[in-house]
Design a protein around this ligand. Structure first.
Ligand code: SF4
Ligand code: SF4
Length: 224
């Protein structure tokens, strides 16, 4: 049974914490992206909303509209989405309505990370945005309320939506494969608020330190 617009309204109400109260990360990445925060730049990231989420948003606001794929590659990518899912774009960062951001906006650059044994242990990140998203280079600034609220939102959604669950167990496996090919450890934000590495070749999870994260994460271009 899919999540309804009412389900998404409840998730929105409980998932409001910013990644960090101290840092406005948009001010870090936007100067290197023609003034637009990277995750709000439709040439770089297009949110996908579940049917229930899209039904909620279009009733609540005129901020969003359906995204038209720009080329055949995008047509193929968005055409392969689960039934009812919709790629959508907002009017732009200047017009952002905080309460009407999608789950994808609220969660970026993170996704729920599952171990090989399918345990949801924390947050992985969209590695394709390394070097563009300042947060990915500065994972230690992420605050616990954000982690708690994002994990709770995901667990609520997964209760009714097996496809979403399958998507992220699969995505976690893909991340392990990518980092194993690179022979790199995955930096992980644990749901317990602690830092971890996921080791290549097997996906074993071991504790990490703040100092290691500060020196070993993918660097942001201007050294910030
Ligand atoms: S989450 Fe990343 S891409 Fe989005 S505004 Fe913050 S630093 Fe920029
Ligand atoms: S709704 Fe706000 S956070 Fe989401 S893409 Fe638009 S400007 Fe960015």
């Amino acid at each position: 049974m899919p999540n309804t617009p009412q389900d998404f309204a409840r998730v929105y109400a409980k998932f409001q914490a910013p990644i960090s109260k101290r840092y406005d990360c948009g001010k870090k990445c936007a100067p290197l992206n023609q003034g637009i925060p990277v995750c709000c730049d439709h040439d770089r990231a297009v949110p996908v909303a579940d049917k229930g989420e899209w039904d909620l948003l279009r009733k609540r606001t005129d901020l969003w509209s359906i995204y038209t794929p720009k080329n055949k590659t995008e047509q193929k990518e968005f055409g392969g989405m689960a039934e009812g899912c919709q790629s959508i774009v907002c009017k732009g960062a200047k017009f952002c309505e905080r309460e009407n951001r999608t789950i994808a906006c609220r969660a970026f650059p993170f996704f729920p990370y599952f171990t090989k044994e399918k345990e949801l242990i924390g947050l992985g990140y969209y590695w394709g945005f390394e070097g563009m998203c300042w947060v990915i280079s500065n994972l230690t600034i992420v605050e616990k309320p954000f982690i708690d609220e994002m994990i709770a939102a995901c667990e609520t959604i997964f209760k009714k939506d097996q496809d979403e669950y399958d998507t992220y167990t699969g995505y976690s496996a893909t991340m392990r494969g990518v980092f194993t090919k690179r022979n790199k450890k995955i930096p992980l934000l644990g749901r317990d608020g602690k830092l971890y590495w996921v080791l290549p070749d097997g996906g074993k999870v071991v504790p990490a330190t703040k100092a290691e994260f500060k020196t070993k994460l993918a660097k942001f271009p201007n050294g910030l």
